[in-house]
Design a protein around this ligand. Sequence first.
Ligand SMILES: [Zn+2]
Ligand SMILES: [Zn+2]
Length: 393
Amino acid sequence: MADKRDYYEILGVARTATHAQISDAYRKAAIKNHPDKNPGDQAAIRRFKDAAEAFEVLNDAEKRSRYDKFGHAGLGGQSGGGGRHFSDIEDIFEAFGDFFGGGSFGEMFGGGGGGGRGGGRRRPRKGDDLRVDVAIDLIEAARGCKKTIRFERSRKCGDCEGSGAKPGSIAQPCSYCGGRGQVVQQAGILRVQTTCPACRGAGSVVKDPCKSCKGGGYVAEQVAREVAIPGGVDTGMRIRVPGEGQPSPSGGPSGDCYCFLTVREHPLFQREGAHLICRVPIGYTQACLGAEIEVPTLDGRREVKIPAGTQPGDILTLRGCGMPDPHGGRRVGDLHVQLDLEVPKTLAPKQEKLLRELAEVEHTNVSPHRKNFLERLRDYLMPGDDAEQEKAS
Ligand SMILES: [Zn+2]
Ligand SMILES: [Zn+2]
């Protein structure tokens, strides 16, 4: 066929296009021209079919190379060359089902209209899911809690029972599709069943709309539900409340409601996954002599011993005092108590007197650690001066 269009041109890619570019171009063309999105548009169906044919050839290394060398004639076969002739949209889905992720092609468009493939096999669509944001504090997150969530969703209008027609009147069957909600379009050998563009698949049209729902068949409803949040949850997790989403437009199950959790920061505990970190200030004498200090835990205060000679930043780990596992409830996390050395900014006269005495003692009794440091400092400041230093000291 002399009038056959160039496959590269159909997909809008260069002759040097990579496999990925070709796939990408085909995906875009298929989505743009999909029959569900273009009901009754014969030109779109034509483009949809052409793109599939072009892709079938260019996606196959061997066919592509023959096409590159000999054009349409190189592909031989039926009707004077050309790739596979898709006589039905269904064939295209069959051939490239995997390419579209295996699922229903209709799902790529958010399920609009329930999909138009297959002869009258309409699966009722699940209602849309809803999102509710829930903020809880860390203690609630640790122990688990019950929260009442409030949200708005659609409900079938009670006045017209969802028909959208004013009470007393009835919705008329759609004249475009004869009440079936689907229309079959014929383009030569190609038969495509799509959602009726006139009634959007409802099968009926409302002439005299219901006042309560303005003809939509649905009204907004305020819902409050109690949700059990398990202990151990963290920011970013979701709790599914099944069946509490939007109702299905086609008699299927309702969608779900998802609670998106945020766990607020706590003034004392910092969270690291299942572990908690708490910074506790200690005094110089406590660090030197050791002490019994009180630390906060999720279950209240707890006395812990710190050993003599505790260093600033040392960490005491209280096993199993962190967060529980949200799936099992067992305390899997630890509480890490980080000891911060606190230096007083002001001193009482007695404190100052004692510290000065202590300073004198320290001056004469330089600690081994400090002595070691002073030696290294001297080497650093006066390299090669060791001999003289030795004499001088
Ligand atoms: Zn109504
Ligand atoms: Zn219709």
